[in-house]
Design a protein around this ligand. Structure first.
Ligand code: SF4
Length: 264
């Protein structure tokens, strides 16, 4: 039994001609006819090729998989205790929601601190990210959490200045970082720059990293413009695997002791 949906999806704007009578192993109609205009992924890709590589309409959507996982959160019950308290005095006036502390610290010296143990993953060069950046950046900064700028923003920015194959200026990337930093409070949260092959070739990380590779005249300017953007952030973008997300998440919802980071 396949847990995946094959050969047809709203993500590729495709469907079967004989919807409901489909071969499970291929996803093809049980009677694939000569002359079909090719509404399924196999048919459409034969005619329109690259249009079925990316989910459509590209640039204005976020996407998810249609795979049917045999377990989800609805299979799990969280059985809360009704007697006593952990991490705080067993006093109904003290063990209250506003006293829950979800602060998390991480990094080699615990120097990156979040008020809440979550992070928004890479939102990059699409219009979805660009059009919603104010809300994402300001909201994350005020909340003291993490926000990740997705890949290759400087490469997709029409206002970028590229010299000798390296980015020396980019309005969009600067705006995204600046918007977060302008609303950051007490050093909580982090704005993280993620990159891919194209961004790496353009030297995107070096561009945003203070004290990074010297790239002539831009460096001094960037130090000023990206004040507060520490090398920790760039390091974090490399060293923030899923295990770390998981660790932060799992180790943070258990204490109700105010003012006490739970782990470092
Ligand atoms: S090309 Fe064949 S399998 Fe695809 S929709 Fe048409 S009939 Fe069905």
């Amino acid at each position: 039994m396949s847990l995946s949906r094959v050969n047809t999806s709203a993500a590729t704007l495709t469907k079967n001609r004989t919807d409901g009578s489909v071969s499970p192993i291929s996803g093809m109609c049980v009677t694939c006819v000569d002359g079909c205009i090719g509404m399924c992924e196999i048919g459409k890709s034969a005619f329109r090729g690259h249009e079925v590589i990316y989910p459509q309409p590209f640039g204005v959507i976020t996407t998810a998989a249609e795979k049917d996982y045999p377990i989800d959160y609805s299979h799990i019950n969280i059985m809360g205790g009704v007697v006593g308290a952990q991490g705080i005095e067993a006093d109904s006036d003290k063990a209250v929601f506003p006293n829950v502390n979800l602060e998390a610290r991480f990094g080699h010296d615990g120097g990156i601190k979040f008020r809440y143990p979550w992070i928004i993953p890479g939102i990059g060069s699409t219009d979805v990210a660009k059009n919603n950046w104010e809300g994402l950046a300001i909201g994350s900064a005020l909340a003291g959490t993490g926000l990740t700028i997705g890949e290759n923003v400087s490469g997709m920015d029409p206002a970028s200045v590229i010299k000798d194959g390296l980015v020396v200026d980019t309005a969009d990337l600067k705006r995204r970082v600046q918007l977060f930093q302008d609303h950051q409070r007490d050093g909580y949260g982090a704005i993280i720059v993620q990159t891919n092959v194209e961004g790496t070739r353009l030297g995107e990380h070096e561009f945003v990293r203070l004290g990074g590779a010297d790239r002539g005249d831009w460096r001094g300017r960037m130090v000023g413009e990206f004040r507060g953007l520490t090398s920790k952030m760039t390091v974090a973008s490399f060293l923030f695997p899923m295990t770390q997300y998981y660790r932060i998440f799992m180790r943070s919802g258990v204490s109700t002791k105010p003012g006490q980071p739970q782990w470092q």
